[in-house]
Design a protein around this ligand. Structure first.
Ligand SMILES: [Zn+2]
Ligand SMILES: [Zn+2]
Length: 460
């Protein structure tokens, strides 16, 4: 962690002790914390910046978002409230229409740092289709976060959130999923988790010591992809802008280079469908990041040059293929898919569409597009089964409370939450399935008690 950007003046510290973050000499709501490595391949991500900002103020991220940033968000602020439940941090860091510009403008307004507008790939959203280019689970480089390395590296670079990036371009080691490997007993409660750069938020392990690093071999194409994307991140976050027309022109040139003058021959070489290539070459749709990288690799052209529309071919062609379907090599073969979907639609265990998709190594979106009838049937059966299960559990809960009420009454005891807990080890919490019956039986008791108390006061 860099310390130079932390508050050092006595005036700023004293305002914080006075429990107001407002004010200070800088006239911004929050410290004017400098984003890390902006304009380089290792540029910090927006969510990493948010976490460091909260850390600098010695408050949890939730508190910073609710108490200060809330004032700078638009109408739909409610979706931001609980940071601990943010699921799509990676997508926010890369670019999503509704979230990224909002978060960055709130941060900019609160800190007065204008360069925060450049802290994502938002500007690439006009020239590339960035949907699906962020990784689903966060990854980190074990060496960047190890204790021996410079403490300045304890932030999360934006680059790690790109799905295509599988290795750290600096250390040339495979990125590791930032998934906690600690046993259940060591995991912290969801609301008490530290969101501190470089530490596992689930168990608090420093440098993600809890994660199990699988021994993944690093190949040359992966390093090339990471370096090319790193270069793009560096230029985008430094403020460079690209033109959609240049990218369209580049796609045609790249395809022509690969197909020796016949652009559509590039499709099978790169694993792209000809129809998609047609759309991109004619500017009907924005090209996605992943196939563009595949075209650059096959043509031996740098990604940054392709975005600029300045194709300069080099000798170095990289063996990198685009795989349009999630799961790629692990996906079930097309011939087995329809049979598997028909079977899933009749399955007595009523699996969810997500489970079916996982078992086939495909995405739910793919299944609902290619097998609409079967997918709808799977979803309907799953929902029905869930509803029946919920109703049954509710009925069981009602019966349990009714039985306890009778038991307690015959023993001359009251139906209180404590007595229910002592009897049946059941906690009647707010909005739990036990609450409805409990209110029904207990409500009468409370009302009676209130009346008695009222009468007592009247007589006094
Ligand atoms: Zn690294
Ligand atoms: Zn952990």
């Amino acid at each position: 962690m860099k310390t130079r950007s932390y508050p050092s003046s006595a005036s700023e510290e004293s305002t914080q002790e006075g429990h107001t973050i407002q004010g200070g000499s800088s006239e911004t709501a929050l410290y004017s914390l400098e984003p890390e490595a902006i304009g380089t391949a290792q540029c910090e991500s927006a969510v990493s910046y948010l976490c460091r900002l909260a850390y600098a103020h010695h408050v949890p991220v939730d508190l910073l978002v609710n108490q200060v940033l809330a004032r700078f968000f638009g109408d739909d602020f409610s979706i931001w409230r609980h940071f601990s439940t943010w699921k799509k941090s990676a997508a926010i860091n890369i670019f999503t229409h509704q979230r990224t510009p909002q978060l960055l403008s709130a941060l900019r307004a609160a800190t007065g740092r204008v360069e925060l507008d450049q802290l994502s790939l938002s500007t690439l959203g006009d020239v590339l289709d960035l949907r699906g280019s962020s990784s689903e689970i966060p990854h980190h480089c074990p060496l960047c976060h190890s204790k021996d390395v410079d403490v300045q590296r304890t932030y999360r670079p934006l680059l790690w959130d790109l799905k295509l990036v599988r290795v750290c371009p600096d250390h040339k080691v495979a990125l590791v999923p930032s998934v906690c490997g600690a046993p259940q007993s060591r995991r912290l409660s969801l609301w008490g988790r530290p969101h501190v750069p470089g530490a596992c938020s689930t168990c608090g392990s420093i440098g993600y010591g809890c994660t199990v690093a699988p021994d993944v071999p690093v190949n040359e194409p992966d390093v090339w992809v990471a370096q090319e994307l790193g270069l793009v991140v560096a230029h985008v976050t430094a403020g460079e802008r690209f033109m959609a027309n240049d990218v369209v022109k580049s796609v045609l040139q790249l395809a022509s280079l690969i197909g020796d003058g016949r652009p559509y021959r590039a499709a099978p070489v790169c694993g792209i469908s000809k129809a998609r290539l047609f759309d991109w070459i004619n500017g009907r749709k924005l090209v996605r990041l992943s196939p563009l990288v595949a075209l650059c690799a096959a043509a031996g052209v740098g990604l940054l040059e392709a975005l600029r529309g300045e194709i300069v071919q080099s000798e170095r062609r990289v063996d990198y293929k685009y795989s349009p379907v999630r799961g790629g090599a692990h996906a079930a073969s097309p011939s087995k898919r329809s049979e598997a979907m028909r079977r899933a639609a009749r399955d007595v265990t009523c699996p969810s569409l997500t489970r079916v998709a996982d078992s086939l190594g495909l995405s739910t979106k793919y299944l609902s597009q290619c097998f609409p009838v079967e997918s709808r049937e799977v979803v309907r059966r799953y929902r029905d089964a869930k509803r029946i299960q919920t109703e049954r559990r509710q009925l069981e809960a009602d019966e349990l409370i009714a039985r306890l009420a009778t038991e307690l009454q015959t023993e001359g005891l009251r139906l209180t939450k404590r007595n229910v807990w002592l009897r049946a080890r059941v906690m009647v919490t707010s909005q739990s399935r036990f609450e409805r019956a409990w209110i029904e039986f207990h409500g009468a008791g409370i009302a009676g008690g209130a009346i008695e108390q009222h009468e007592e006061e009247q007589s006094r």
